[in-house]
Design a protein around this ligand. Sequence first.
Ligand code: MAN
Length: 530
Amino acid sequence: MKRPRPTNELILHVIVAVLILNIAKTEVPRPRGVSLSRAGLYDPAKDFTCFDNTLTIPFAQVNDEYCDCADGSDEPGTSACPNSMFHCTNAGHQALNIFSSRVNDGICDCCDGTDEYVSKKCPNTCKERGQHAREAARLRAELVKAGKQLRNELSAEGIKMKQQKKDKLVELQKSKIEAERVMKEKEELKKQAEDLESVALEEYRKIEDEIKAKKAIEEAEMIRKEATETFEKFDSNADGLLSIPELQTRQPFDKDHNGEVSEEEARSFLDNRESINLEDFIVYAWPLMKPIMMREQGVFKPPVGVGEVEEVPLNDAREVNEEPDEEPEPPQYDDEEDDEEDEEPAEEHHEEDETDTNTKVEYDEETQKLVSEATQARSEFTDAEASVRNIQSEITRIEEYLRKDFGADEAFAALEGHCFEYTDHEYIYKLCPFDKAVQQAKSSAMDTRLGTWSKWTGPEGNPYESMLYDHGQACWNGPSRSTRVQVSCSSENKLISVAEPNRCEYLFEFSTPAACYEVEQHPDDVHDEL
Ligand code: MAN
């Protein structure tokens, strides 16, 4: 981006040039709609040759409201050629080039009124507008002068920051190559260690599987034994069938605690049958009864040596899901709120350990060594992988930063990472340059994103006058929110105002010394500025 060198000397030169050219302008006759710089191309003493050299016509045909030249050059001051441009001198203000279609269209485009020469209805307002523009330029020049030193400081800081990021990037890229090399090495070591571990564990796995299978059989036998014992106890007439009346004498099955075990209650424990034989009892009824029996045993632990279910005071039975009303152990609380969360995984872990230790075989020294080495190799590989990932994400972050356009001389760079606030009666607005625009309702403290940094959107010659933040939170029944930020020069960074000119389209005014630079001006414009 070109940055003009604003010196008093330059301004003086411009003024002198303007004066000279302005005088010259009045002396050089030229057809309507032709700029001073092109006046020499229209010589009334000669025939006119179109600029594309395709045709030569008598000079009288220039601006005769008939388009002779394909390039439109014979009609600079009429609307006859659709592809020609009309130049208004706008003496006293800024010269302007407009499309020929705007000539005599009833709208005053040129402040000197020359574009509407047929109706002559446009008064010359260039003097007032010029004065106005010059006053604005003078004020801006004063501001720029005041803010320039600050801008230079910001710029120096920005250049330094950007260089630091670039250096960091080079460093990270080197580290990444090394980290990837280490990761590959660790991966290979892990593979080797796991191969050895796998061979060594194969024998043990078989043993472990056998132990597991044996345990499963033992467990099934135990269940069978418990179930058979209970069946025999409850089958009071010993006819090999457990029936509803037999179960009705067992108080623990009084689910609704009304003092008696109803037929339905008894039936529900017998797989909804009238009676059940031992084999079916083991499969269908015992799983329903066991939790109740265990609860009974757990709550009313019989004295040592008295293990019979019958000796339990059955009338004190509880509902299946009811908690015992015995005073529970007072829980031990820590100060930490997340105590419960802490405890659970620990318990699970404990259970896992228990199953593991139940079936785990103790390895011989050599195997244990290989297992430990493989565990260590796995952990080193995971660490190496994480290290590559971390470096990569930092590289991505820096690359994103370096892609951002921080304006001429990086003057806006120092604003990155800072946020500026503006409060109105309803909301707190936040602008975090190069990041986001946010709206926070005072009442709910809820953040609404009004846009994410997109790009500079100022006009040609001064792109750093306006920023766009888009793709914000969706507007109800509408587009996603977006924010335009008008950036102006001042001696401090400040979010000056916020408006919502259209629903969910926000307009911020932000001032900063970073914007204290002279605006580029087109040489053609300067010519006619007096
Ligand atoms: C919220 C705010 C307003 C916006 C409406 C649109 O109230 O974000 O700025 O106009 O939503 O529904």
